[in-house]
Design a protein around this ligand. Structure first.
Ligand SMILES: *[C@@H]1O[C@H](CO)[C@@H](O)[C@H](O)[C@H]1NC(C)=O
Ligand SMILES: *[C@@H]1O[C@H](CO)[C@@H](O)[C@H](O)[C@H]1NC(C)=O
Length: 409
């Protein structure tokens, strides 16, 4: 009996220790976030163990767990109001959401790219299925959600090319006509790694010779935009914050390029872009947050710019500085071509400054920009709107994003 009590107390203490995280006082619903983070961490750690035991690649197992969890999720939207079709655009799988109610006029369109570190999630899971259905319904728009292929089976530039091919296919006049979409009212959008792909593909298509097939808007939700500097103020401030600690983000980047994970510790201290790494120098001012970010957000953080680092990292993974992977690194002439842009950032997010720097560089290039900064939200919040991972802050974020699209598209 006594030992059982001790055991229980021990278990309780361990669980509390595992779940408890010091969070900024501004975060909304902190306990719910701690539980979400602890579950995600436990899943990641189990997957790492399974990977170590040779049972499969940890990312594939993690995606399987997320998919299974998704199936348990009973709360689907009122899908009778939206017609959902799985099809292919130029060989790339897509899921198309069309409002069910008849409409005489042409509709708006949104090309949507889901997040998940280029490795996780799916258009078909409840999170994104729900988001895209809500978007189709509330915007009365045709939403094309792209099922691009994932890490670890595929790596950069496969994800970029999948999104590019599907987006170009949809933007052809005859395809838009088939879906009754107004060619002048189509946006490209995505969250997190999907925001990365949206920004990169938007840049690519803005340079197409064809005047037709251009997006009216881009809307990027806490996008990941650069792998140059892992010591921006937001990376420093949120080094250990859920659901995306710095080290996890660095590993997503390395896996995107199928690079050596041994480099992760060096990337964290910016050894890949130290002053002695020649290729890095021409990009340095494009991520110079001492001028791109306001003092209020810079706080007292200092740049981490080592004099000497490890030249071999960029030799092994040159794509770290490829603009198709890191759209923040694009030159000003390309930024000038971008459509009106919405960028949503969260204070409690390592990627906050990726978004803020991109907003500033686009603004300096003459692009009309809305930077929507949310003080009490964490990375990924927008998809956490359904039970049991529902956050009122998530719903608030999603509504602000949809409201902007509604007013501007
Ligand atoms: C330009 O548009 C035309 C007509 O829609 C299309 O046939 C052609 O493939 C497009 N070219 C490029 C480079 O996208
Ligand atoms: C970073 O580079 C310096 C200089 O080469 C080296 O001394 C240090 O060990 C490196 N740190 C990491 C974590 O790679």
């Amino acid at each position: 009996m006594k030992s059982a009590v001790v055991l229980l107390a021990g278990l309780f203490a361990f669980t509390a220790y595992y779940v408890y995280l010091p969070l900024p006082s501004t975060v909304s619903e902190p306990w719910r976030l701690m539980l979400l983070d602890a579950s995600f961490r436990a899943a990641q750690q189990s997957c790492n163990l399974a990977h170590y035991l040779g049972l499969g690649h940890h990312l594939r197992i993690l995606n399987f767990i997320i998919g299974t969890f998704d199936k348990l999720n009973l709360q689907y939207v009122e899908q009778e109001q939206v017609k959902i079709t799985d099809t292919q655009f130029d060989g790339v799988e897509v899921r198309v959401y069309e409002p069910a109610k008849a409409e005489e006029n042409l509709r708006r369109g949104v090309v949507y790219i889901h997040g998940g570190g280029w490795a996780l999630s799916s258009t078909r899971g409840s999170f994104y299925n729900n988001l895209c259905s809500v978007m189709a319904k509330s915007l009365d728009a045709v939403v094309v959600s792209i099922e691009y292929r994932l890490v670890p089976d595929f790596h950069f530039p496969v994800q970029f090319n999948d999104v590019l091919h599907a987006a170009r296919h949809f933007m052809q006049p005859e395809i838009l006509a088939q879906y009754s979409v107004d060619p002048g009212r189509v946006a490209i959008s995505g969250d997190s790694a999907g925001g990365n792909l949206a920004a990169a593909v938007c840049q690519e298509m803005s340079q197409d010779q064809n005047e037709t097939g251009r997006f009216k808007l881009q809307a990027l939700v806490y996008p990941v935009l650069q792998a140059f500097d892992f010591n921006t103020p937001s990376y420093q401030q949120n080094e250990f914050t859920p659901v995306l600690p710095r080290f996890v983000m660095v590993k997503f980047w390395i896996d995107y390029f199928n690079g050596n994970r041994e480099f992760a510790h060096s990337l964290v201290v910016n050894n890949h872009t130290s002053l002695d790494v020649g290729q890095a120098s021409s990009f340095r001012d494009r991520v110079d947050w001492t001028s791109l970010i306001t003092p209020r957000l810079r706080k007292t953080y200092r740049p981490v710019t080592p004099t000497t680092g490890r030249v071999e990292i960029l030799q092994a993974i040159p794509s770290l500085l490829n603009v198709r992977a890191a759209p923040l690194l694009a030159e000003k002439q390309v930024l000038r071509l971008q459509p009106k842009t919405y960028i949503l950032t969260c204070e409690i997010d390592v990627l906050r400054d990726d978004g803020i720097m991109y907003a500033k560089r686009l603004e300096d290039a003459g692009v009309e920009i809305t930077l929507d900064h949310i003080e009490d939200c964490f990375h990924g919040c927008m998809i956490f709107t359904i039970w049991p991972t529902h956050f009122s802050a998530g719903i608030r974020t999603r509504d602000r994003y949809i409201k902007w699209l509604h007013e501007n598209l």
